[in-house]
Design a protein around this ligand. Structure first.
Ligand code: CA
Length: 228
């Protein structure tokens, strides 16, 4: 059965949506706050579409959408926007929403949007999370973000590319020339020191003790290696 999450703090609107979605054949998961929605999405990975109200008591619907996208969950997102808030549509689409429905809406309109989204997302519940996970690190290949122990580590595009190269080649010695070619491109002409400079910065960001690295190991006279 197709699962939908409805995030709306106003109980009467929420139950109105729930009744109509159930009638339309969906299985519905309810949330009244942004954090509750994020928890429920984590607990129910088979949810295919999330309907997010914007105005909420804790974090707003845009922030919920942003976090859904940052997590790499492959679900459709519909924002519920107020008619007076034209800007909401733009903000919603900027934060990664797929569609929006303006309040007040008819049940038929909402279910039509959900159906369309399920068709687009593909109604198989196979959730493809393009993630590389190793030790405390999770690299999200979709939005190019890195987390260490669940905490986001801010990376430049070059640092991200180096992390990806490392995590795809654990335990394999990579020469500095190798790293340069893979990250900057084969045509790049430059000093190999740029590799070392970026590695040094990356170590400061990800190592517990950058002077005694646990993850980015130096291979003397050659280059670097991810892990031992
Ligand atoms: Ca609300």
């Amino acid at each position: 059965m197709k699962r939908v999450l409805i995030l709306e703090d106003e109980a009467n609107i929420r139950s109105f949506v729930v009744i109509n979605l159930k009638r339309a054949g969906y299985e519905v998961v309810e949330a009244a706050t942004g954090y509750e929605a994020l928890d429920k999405l984590e607990q129910n990975p088979d949810i295919g579409v999330a309907i997010l109200d914007v105005m909420l008591p804790d974090i707003d619907g845009f922030e919920v959408c942003r976090r859904i996208r940052a997590s790499g969950m492959k679900i459709g997102v519909i924002m519920l926007t107020a008619r007076t808030q034209e800007n909401d549509k733009v903000t919603g689409l900027m934060t990664g929403a797929d569609d929006y429905v303006t309040k007040p809406f008819s049940p038929a309109e909402l279910t039509a949007r959900i159906d369309a989204l399920f068709r687009r997302v593909g109604n198989d519940t196979k959730l493809v999370c393009d993630m590389l996970k190793q030790g405390p690190f999770t690299l999200n290949l979709r939005n190019h973000s890195l987390e260490k122990d669940g905490v986001k580590v801010r990376l430049t595009q070059v640092e991200y590319a180096i992390m990806k190269l490392f995590m795809q080649n654990p335990g394999k010695p990579l020469s500095r020339e190798n790293v340069m070619a893979m990250v900057w491109g084969r045509d790049y002409v430059g000093d190999l020191k740029i590799v070392d400079v970026n590695i040094r910065r990356l170590r400061i960001k990800i190592e517990n003790d950058p002077q005694n690295p646990d993850y980015i190991m130096t291979v003397w006279g050659h280059g670097y290696q991810w892990g031992r």
